[in-house]
Each structure stands twice: as structure tokens, then as C-alpha cells.
Design a protein around this ligand. Structure first.
Ligand SMILES: Cc1cc2nc3c(=O)[nH]c(=O)nc-3n(C[C@H](O)[C@H](O)[C@H](O)COP(=O)(O)O)c2cc1C
Length: 221
């Protein structure tokens, strides 16, 4: 797969096969991903690879927290308010995801079930959690985390693996700190599920949308 194909073909995977990912493959992806650029080559990222029993417990505790209405405790604030035009895109992708799962807007039970799936990281066999030290300015470190996160997703794509970047994975920060044994001087910035995509699943097939080039790009000569 060439790079353009990897960029174009990567999509968020929300249903995975029940098939383990060899540790050697994860190691290969992460070793290559370390070549992602960072400010001043500071490489401020840390990555926790979560699988097995700990992942199972993380999913279980997240769902229990969700079901009992526990307050979110992310280390990085996830914005709730978005400008209208961006909010529309966000709503549109939500409609596409739920539509592909045949969950109607008014089907609160179905939506709740889907939400629980998201907080179980769509049952991926692996979750990669990206962290930075609290001593590092978060505003700037976000760029570096974004850089390595997308690099990981593209390298995974190249190996036939699927990913879904998941803000949902950091919502219950306190649970993550406890279970992954990460001290409070580190922040969980984002997590990414990783596994073999179920290519038959409709939720992995719906048509995705992007704006036109002119919406985003201005040429100045
Ligand atoms: C920072 C970030 C957080 C995200 N969090 C979630 C999430 O919590 N749940 C989810 O289903 N998708 C999440 N996504 C995936 C986006 O919805 C997805 O990237 C977007 O709709 C574009 O679709 P594509 O990845 O299939 O191209 C997140 C993506 C990013 C970059």
C-alpha cells in the first residue's frame, strides 16, 4: 500500500474481528511511528498499550461508570460547544454511524447501547493510550500527540489493521489512571483502538464526507 492509499483508505473502524493482534506487529508499528515529527524533536509522547485482562476491566469499569451516571474526569477538556458549521459535520457523522447500525434517532435504548459500545472501545483487542507529562505545555504537546497518533493510524492501515481514535477512551480519566497504573503527573490525551477490521460490518462501510478543497485552502502568491 502506498502512502496516498493509506491516507485515503484509513477510516474509523467501529467493529473489529475477534482476533488478537500479535505484539510483534504492534511493536513494529510503534517503532516506525516514533519517527513522527515533534517540536524541537522533544518526543513528549508516552504510549500505554492496553490489552488482555486490563482492557477487559477498563471496558467493564467504564460501562459501569456510564450506567451509574458517574461524572467524566478527562485530563484534557473535551469541548462541548462547537461553531454551528462544525457542529453540523459532527451531527452528520453521528447520523451516518447510527444509520449504518439501523438505530433510529428516537431509539434511546439503541443509542444507549451504541454509546456503551463506544465506551468499550468497540471491542477492539488493543487500546493505545497517548500521554504527556503535566510538565509539558499541553497546548503545544497536543500537536505532537496528533502527529504520532495519525502516524500510528496510517501504519496500522498499511498492515491491514483498523483504528478508531477515541475521545471516549479518556472520559473516565480516574479509571484510566488507576487501572493503567499511570500517576497523576501524566495526562491521558487520547486513545486509539486497534484491531482487525470487520470489513463486512455496515458501520465500517458507510460513505464518509469531506469538504471541498476551497473551503479550507486559500492560495496567496
Ligand atoms: C480527536 C478525535 C477524537 C475522536 N473521538 C471519537 C470518539 O470518541 N468516538 C468515535 O466514534 N469516533 C471518534 N473519533 C473519530 C471521528 O469521528 C472520525 O475521525 C471522523 O468522523 C472522520 O471519519 P474517518 O476517521 O472515518 O475518516 C475521533 C477522532 C478524533 C480525531
Amino acid at each position: 500500500m502506498n502512502l496516498t492509499e493509506a491516507v485515503r483508505q484509513r477510516r474509523s473502524i467501529r467493529q473489529f474481528l475477534d482476533k488478537p493482534v500479535p505484539e510483534s506487529l504492534i511493536k513494529e508499528i510503534l517503532t516506525d511511528a516514533l519517527w513522527a515529527p515533534s517540536w524541537g524533536n522533544t518526543q513528549p509522547w508516552e504510549i500505554v498499550v492496553v490489552s488482555g485482562d486490563v482492557l477487559a476491566t477498563f471496558k467493564r469499569e467504564n460501562i459501569s461508570a456510564l450506567d451509574t451516571g458517574q461524572a467524566f474526569s478527562p485530563d484534557v477538556t473535551i469541548p462541548e460547544v462547537w461553531p454551528a458549521s462544525l457542529k453540523k459535520r459532527y451531527k452528520d457523522v453521528g447520523k451516518s454511524v447510527l444509520g449504518s447500525l439501523e438505530i433510529a434517532r428516537e431509539d434511546l435504548e439503541g443509542r444507549g447501547k451504541y454509546y456503551r459500545q463506544m465506551f468499550s472501545f468497540f471491542d477492539a483487542p488493543v487500546l493505545l493510550m497517548f500521554l504527556v507529562d503535566r510538565d509539558v505545555s499541553l497546548e503545544y504537546a497536543m500537536l505532537d500527540i496528533g502527529s504520532i497518533m495519525q502516524t500510528v493510524c496510517l501504519l496500522a492501515q498499511d498492515k491491514g489493521l483498523g483504528t478508531c481514535i477515541l475521545a471516549a477512551s479518556i472520559n473516565y480519566g480516574k479509571i484510566a489512571h488507576k487501572l493503567l497504573q499511570v500517576p497523576d503527573n501524566k495526562r491521558f490525551v487520547i486513545g486509539t483502538s486497534l484491531g482487525w477490521p470487520d470489513t463486512e460490518a455496515q458501520v465500517n462501510q458507510f460513505a464518509r464526507e469531506r469538504g471541498e478543497l476551497d473551503e479550507f485552502v486559500k492560495w496567496v502568491k
